[in-house]
Design a protein around this ligand. Sequence first.
Ligand SMILES: C[S@@+](CC[C@H](N)C(=O)[O-])C[C@H]1O[C@@H](n2cnc3c(N)ncnc32)[C@H](O)[C@@H]1O
Length: 182
Amino acid sequence: MVGVLRRFGRIGRQLAWNIEYRQGAEFVGARSPVLLELLAVLLPGRRVVELACGDGSLAAALGGFGHATYQGFDISSVAIALAIRRQLPGMTFAVADMESWTPAAPFDLLLVEEAIYYLAPDAQVALLERAFAAMGPDGLAVIVLHSATKHAAIIERLGQRFRLVTDRRERDRAYLVLGPRP
Ligand SMILES: C[S@@+](CC[C@H](N)C(=O)[O-])C[C@H]1O[C@@H](n2cnc3c(N)ncnc32)[C@H](O)[C@@H]1O
């Protein structure tokens, strides 16, 4: 049922994710020590945007990381309500579809954990192009993929189009840090 809904455009995708969160879906990626280690180095002083932030479980782990600002977005209004309920100091959350999302405030680090593959290949590249155009030459994007094997084509595509700053692996999970090409 949820899989079928996802085929019906943005509204279908939103409904499908709302059903998952209402059924108590939780995603373990946000608790990865490798990701937290990477973010401890990258976040201090940065203005962070997290797309597909879900219920804010990663945001909740970032409190002491020294980021300047944090905005989280997700297509699911149920997930965003759960994130807001956490009352994380200085962090804001709003509903947005990353396919059409455009930055409304300055930022310099984009986070997308376990979600970029919900976009079509062209839309993945277009999203990062929009983000880097807004962030400027020092902007960074952290992309997490639960399976480097399954998503090898994404890693290759993004590595060709953008500058690969870091490629960390934890078992088959991939943590890519990308920057714009000069
Ligand atoms: C596998 S969950 C990962 C959640 C969170 N990033 C994590 O790792 O814990 C995928 C998330 O992507 C969100 N999502 C899927 N398609 C999206 C889209 N087009 N725009 C924004 N969020 C989307 C879902 O609502 C869900 O919260």
